[in-house]
Design a protein around this ligand. Sequence first.
Ligand code: C2E
Ligand code: MG
Ligand code: MG
Ligand code: MG
Length: 277
Amino acid sequence: KAKELGRGRYAFFIESLLEQSIRKIKIANALATAIELEELTIFYQAKVNNGEKICGFEALVRWNSKSEGMISPAEFIPIAEQSGRVTAISRWVIRQVFKDHVEIARITQRPTTVAINLSAYDLKEPGLVLYIQELLVAYDINPAGIEFEVTESAYLDNFKQATEVLSALRKLGFSIALDDFGTGYSSLSYLAQIKVDTIKIDRAFVWNIDQSLHDTKIIETIFDLAKALHLDICAEGVETPAQADFLISRGCHQLQGYYYAKPLPLEALESKITAFI
Ligand code: C2E
Ligand code: MG
Ligand code: MG
Ligand code: MG
């Protein structure tokens, strides 16, 4: 009987593995035509300063696949990375943000930075900097209005090349933010060596800062470190007024999360963010 049960579990395990692989293959196939079928769009999530007024936005890609339905970037970006399609998606996102930039500036009527997420694979692509440089001219963008977000692991994946690409982007006048800070393991040892403008504290540290002494200590240590290195701090995943108060009282420069605004399509921005203008 135990044997039968074991075999049943084993079959179940294989079946679910198989289902997962089939889903991945379907997504990888559908991704191949996502750009030409115009299935990608960008949602913009507001970031506010410590006076709780808009200081920028983060561009977050969305994919509504005609064959597979809505798929989260948390699911399809890793598959795009594995199947070699992420750089095409990144290029599409960068171009779209540059196109939208004028409209965003009109809505906020103040200097506003739009952040674009880059993958580790983008930092290995030699043509990226030139591509961005050409778009900068074509869309007449002020690079001070664009920030690129990279994760710690994207940096560590290929430290030398990542440093080259990111310092080239900084020379052009763009700023760089280190995304999901605190989720890697060697952050503190290399933070002093790399050149970034902002660190974004991962929402894993934000969600119970006002309740857990442990997380409070971690956040305070990160803040001290950022201050010593003259870096700006952005807190992600701010969902409650208590979290916002805590972060602002500790000198956090930028805040982002559902408490202020969810990611929204460009057409909805103007009506939904008036409280923070
Ligand atoms: P990320 O860059 O760390 O983006 C933050 C994620 O947290 C977003 O999920 C955002 O919608 C979500 N979020 C924001 N505020 C809150 C909050 O208060 N509570 C909670 N629970 N979540 C919040 P999203 O849009 O699903 O994106 C997931 C990840 O996918 C991003 O993490 C980023 O790593 C990746 N991604 C999204 N867009 C792009 C893109 O254009 N290019 C690349 N390479 N990666 C992207
Ligand atoms: Mg990000
Ligand atoms: Mg993040
Ligand atoms: Mg995150």
